[in-house]
Design a binder for this molecule. Sequence first.
Ligand code: PMP
Ligand code: GLU
Length: 399
Amino acid sequence: MITLAERVQQIKPSPTLAVNAKAKALKASGVDILNFSVGEPDFDTPEHVCEAGKKAIDERFTRYTAVPGIPELRQAIVERLRADRGWEYEPDQVQVACGGKHGLYNMAQALFNPGDEVIIPTPYWVSYPPIVQLAGGTPVFLPLAEEQEFDIDPDRLAACASDRTRGIVLNSPSNPIGSVFSRRALEAVAQMALERDWIVISDDIYDTIVYGDEPLPHILDIDPAMKERTLVLNGVSKSFAMTGWRIGYTVGPQHIIAAMNKIQSQSTSNPSSIAQKAALAAVSGPQDFPRMMKEAFVERLDYIVGRLRSMPGITCVRPRGAFYVFPNVSAYYGKRAGAKTIQGSLDLADYLLDEARIATVPGIAFGADDFIRFSFAASMEVIREGMDRLEAALGRLAS
Ligand code: PMP
Ligand code: GLU
C-alpha cells in the first residue's frame, strides 16, 4: 500500500464532524436520533443573504476573485469592526478565507515553524491542536479549572511558557464550554505576550452570542500595543447561520495577512465568489438576525442548564456565550451498563447514542474526559425530549 505523509498520521479527523456524520447516518436509516453533537445554528440562513447569493449567480459573478477576498467584503468587515468594536483596520489587514477554520489553518502555516510551541487553553475546540501540528508546531495545553469557571489562571499560564512559546489561542465565548475570559486573565495574557514577543490568536467566532448585558473584555482593548501581535478570527458561520457557505475572516498586522495571502494563493486561490457576495450582505446589512438567534438560545440555555443541574452527580457551569453546555458527568464513570463499565466520556457518549439515541460529543475530544458536550442549537422540543432520555439513561446505570 502507498504510504502516507507523517503529518497526516499525527492527526485524527474532526471528532465533532465525525459524530455528526454518524448521527445523520443513523437518522437516515430510520433510527430516532436526537442530535446534540455538531455546533451549528438550527436556523436557516436569512433570506436577504440567500438572495445576495442567488443574485451573484444570476449576474455571473462566478470567476476567480482577489486572493484575500473581494474588496467590498473586506471594506465591509473593516466598517463592521469599527462600528461594533471601535477598532481601526485597513482592508489590506483583512483576509477572507473558506471558513474560520481555514483562516486558522492559513495563520498557522504562515506563523509556525517545527518546534514552535503554541499555548492552547484546555478544554479547547477540537481543531486547534491539529491545525498547529499540521504546521509543525507543538500544542502546549493550559488547563482551565471548572472551579474557576474555566478562566485563565495567570500562574498556570506562566508555568506553560517556555523559550519556544510563539503564541496562544484565545476563544471567548468558548467552544465547548461557553465560558468567557475575565479582564484580569486577558491582562495576564497581554503582559506575557508583550514581554515575550508572542502572537495572540483571538477566535471571536461566537462574539454575537453573549448572554447578559456586560460587554466582553477583549485582548485588543487591554493595551493598544496588542494590535501589533493579535490576529482576530471571525466569520459568518455562527452569526448568520452560514456554516455551509464557508466564509471566515482574519484581521491583523498587514505583514502576517500578506503571508497568509501567499499561502491562500497557492492553495485555495480564493473563497467562493458567490459565498463572498452572500457574506457581504450579512456583514453590511441589518444585524438583527444574530440578536434574534441569541434570544431564542437564551430560553434553551436556561432550560438545559436547569435540567442538567437537577440530575444527580452532574455539575454544570452556566455558559456566558455560544450555544454549548459542557456538564461534568464523571460521577457516572465506573458505573455499569449491563456487562460494560463506563470508563470515560467516550464510553458514556457511546452508551447515550446506543441506549438513549442522543448524540453528544465526548469531552475527551476537547481534552477534558470528565465532561460531555451538548449543542443546544436545537428546538425546545428536541431539548426537552433529549433531557428526559438522558435522565432516564443515566438512571439505568448501575453502581
Ligand atoms: N472556531 C471555533 C471555536 C468553532 O467552534 C468553529 C466552528 N466550527 C470555528 C472556529 C470555525 O467555523 P467555520 O470554519 O465554520 O467558520
Ligand atoms: N465548530 C463546530 C463544532 O464544534 C463545527 C464542527 C467543526 O467544525 O468541527 O461542532
